[in-house]
Design a protein around this ligand. Structure first.
Ligand code: HEC
Ligand code: HEC
Ligand code: HEC
Ligand code: HEC
Ligand code: HEC
Ligand code: HEC
Length: 429
């Protein structure tokens, strides 16, 4: 079912996004989101009930499209043993719909709630409601009831990157009394502006000119480049998004950790309290571990083949050319980190949602990601014939577990009895 949809979508779409361009890195056609005389919302003249529903009118669907970030509820209901379809780096919001129950191997009933697996954007037309467990952003004060796509993305994409040819990339934003370079394309895929032109910010993510909520502004724009074909299964090759790093400063950029910490200040090592480091450079120990670690029980890896999109890191640059060279889908660059490269929140989390608790990239809620079937790794799904393995499958089928790992078969990057991926940097398994 799923495969047919994918093939159909590719046949219709081709791989490019050109035919479907809407934002083109900046503000799209106003009428895509606003109606002057017959709006549906009660504020901002929007074409749907609220900001997130307006976005999901295009960004949700029942098949794979390059730019979709949510699988329609109708698809999920009709295909109860499938996982959500979209595999962008941010993650499919439909994981938030996946409530399930399971039985642990030791007999205990276990409940898992989709809402604990990411950012519960309020999109009433699409049946996404406010998170009933987190009243505010953990480690911060932003009210969950205000969380929308427009909390994290500037719907008007006013920020832009100039000088992307390598010399001093700078963020500009329209300012009365000053001039600014017009945006000609998305800033997400490595397009380079000629002098006098600009590209958008990565994923229309906002900087200092934008208020996340209340009076709190972002410290800057984070840097990254992703391959054009980012919404794809990683069953054979990895989709490498190249995240960058530039400290908060007059150029208008910021680190990824500080960007997330706009709403989660107390999760960042900048603020008092003892917590896992973020934004810091990886030590030589962690780099050596990352390179050597292939899977539980196999430490024979090398620096040129160690990258996995399940544990990404930020490169120590915001140069679009340098990042673009890394953003590949054919495994032509699987180089691991250098000691200049950095930890980020997304080394462990996804930005939207995931199949696992806390929007983690892997199941951090149990000791094993896989079990061993006659020595070979298997996903212990509810349909794997392994009996009750609820603490490891969290109520998912084999297909849903495969989807949660972006299409990777259990045999691709995992050992039998694979342990959590903290071990990629720490080798405690
Ligand atoms: C991709 C969808 C989208 C497009 C395209 C869009 N807007 Fe908006 N606009 C929004 C959303 C969503 C809000 C509400 C923001 C919020 O919830 O904070 C908004 C709010 C506004 C506001 C009021 C708040 C503010 O920021 O000043 C104005 C004015 C506005 N838009 C004008 C425009 C104009 C003019 C265009 C076309 C040039 C346009 N918009 C295109 C989604 C869009
Ligand atoms: C009318 C349909 C439509 C609406 C409404 C819409 N989008 Fe999009 N969006 C698209 C399409 C098509 C693309 C891919 C082509 C492009 O980027 O122009 C896209 C791409 C994007 C991207 C990736 C852009 C990049 O350059 O990397 C983001 C982020 C995004 N949309 C966010 C939003 C948000 C947030 C809203 C609501 C405020 C929204 N969109 C509303 C159709 C839409
Ligand atoms: C908590 C902040 C946050 C919220 C809320 C959010 N986004 Fe995103 N979004 C991001 C970040 C960060 C990325 C870049 C992820 C990456 O590359 O790892 C992203 C990526 C995307 C992309 C590119 C595809 C992908 O999966 O990477 C699209 C399209 C998009 N967002 C649209 C939306 C829409 C539509 C909504 C609301 C339904 C939304 N976002 C809500 C932060 C957010
Ligand atoms: C605009 C504010 C905002 C930004 C920016 C933001 N978050 Fe959140 N985040 C929230 C809110 C509000 C909640 C609580 C609502 C919920 O859990 O659905 C939350 C919840 C979370 C959770 C807990 C999810 C759960 O289900 O328990 C994680 C993990 C998280 N955020 C990580 C991140 C990461 C990583 C980034 C950066 C990519 C980020 N956040 C950026 C507002 C934000
Ligand atoms: C080394 C991996 C790692 C990094 C880096 C990381 N986190 Fe987490 N995060 C986790 C784990 C694991 C949990 C589950 C709870 C725990 O162990 O504290 C979690 C939980 C959370 C929660 C939910 C807490 C709750 O009480 O529900 C939020 C929000 C969050 N992280 C945000 C962030 C943000 C923002 C950053 C970056 C500034 C970040 N995390 C960096 C691994 C990480
Ligand atoms: C991308 C690499 C990376 C990943 C993945 C990662 N860590 Fe770390 N971790 C680091 C780095 C770098 C340090 C700092 C080492 C130092 O200060 O010398 C660190 C430090 C630690 C420390 C020691 C803290 C201290 O100050 O003494 C603990 C404990 C830890 N990590 C646990 C975890 C756990 C648990 C996970 C998985 C949820 C995890 N790490 C995932 C890179 C990583």
């Amino acid at each position: 079912m799923k495969r047919i949809c994918l093939i159909l979508a590719l046949a219709v779409l081709g791989f490019g996004t050109a035919a479907w361009a809407f934002h083109d890195g900046g503000v799209a056609e106003c009428s895509g989101c606003h109606s002057m005389h017959s709006p549906v919302s009660s504020s901002y003249l929007l074409v749907a009930t609220d900001a997130s529903s307006t976005c999901l009118a295009c960004h949700e669907g029942d098949s794979v499209r390059s730019y979709r970030v949510s699988t329609a509820e109708s698809y999920m209901t009709a295909n109860p043993t499938d996982g959500p379809l979209q595999k962008g780096a941010g993650g499919d919001f439909a994981w938030l719909r996946m409530d399930r129950t399971a039985t642990a191997s030791y007999g205990a009933p276990l409940s898992f709630f989709g809402r604990n697996q990411g950012h519960n954007i309020v999109a009433l037309d699409n049946n996404y409601v406010v998170d009933s467990d987190n009243a505010t952003a953990p480690g911060g004060t932003m009210p969950s009831s205000s969380l929308s796509c427009a909390s994290c993305h500037d719907p008007h994409g006013r920020g832009r990157q100039t000088g992307a040819d390598g010399t001093n990339p700078t963020i500009q934003v329209p300012t009365i009394g000053a001039t600014h370079d017009p945006i000609f394309d998305s800033g997400s895929y490595g397009a380079e502006p000629a002098p006098g032109e600009a590209v958008g910010t990565y994923r229309l993510l906002p900087g200092a000119y934008y208020t996340a909520w209340g009076a709190v502004s972002y410290p800057g724009v984070p840097a990254a480049v992703t391959p054009g074909e980012y919404n794809r299964s990683e069953d054979t090759t990895t989709t490498r998004t190249a995240y960058g790093f530039k400290a908060t400063g007059p150029e208008g950029y910021t680190s990824w950790g500080r960007w997330c910490a706009t709403c989660h200040p107390d999760m960042h090592t900048d603020n008092p309290g003892f917590k896992h480091r973020v934004d810091d450079q990886l030590g030589s120990t962690e780099v050596a571990n990352y390179d050597a670690y292939v899977m539980t029980g196999d430490l024979t890896g090398s620096a040129t083949s160690s990258f996995t999109s399940l544990v990404p890191f930020a490169m120590n640059t915001n140069n679009i050319q340098t990042l673009a060279a890394k953003a590949v889908i054919d495994d032509s660059d699987l180089n691991g980190p250098t000691t200049q490269d950095r930890l980020a929140c997304f080394s462990c989390h996804r930005a939207h949602a995931s199949g696992w608790k806390w929007a983690m990239r892997w199941n951090q809620d149990a000791e094993f990601l896989t079990l061993g079937g006659a020595g070979a790794p298997v996903y212990p799904g509810t349909d794997a014939g392994l009996g009750n393995q609820g603490q490891f499958n969290t109520g998912y089928t084999i297909e849903q577990m495969t989807d949660a790992y972006y299409g990777r078969p259990a045999t691709k990057e995992f050992a039998a009895h694979q342990r959590v991926l903290c071990n990629k940097c720490h080798i405690k398994d």
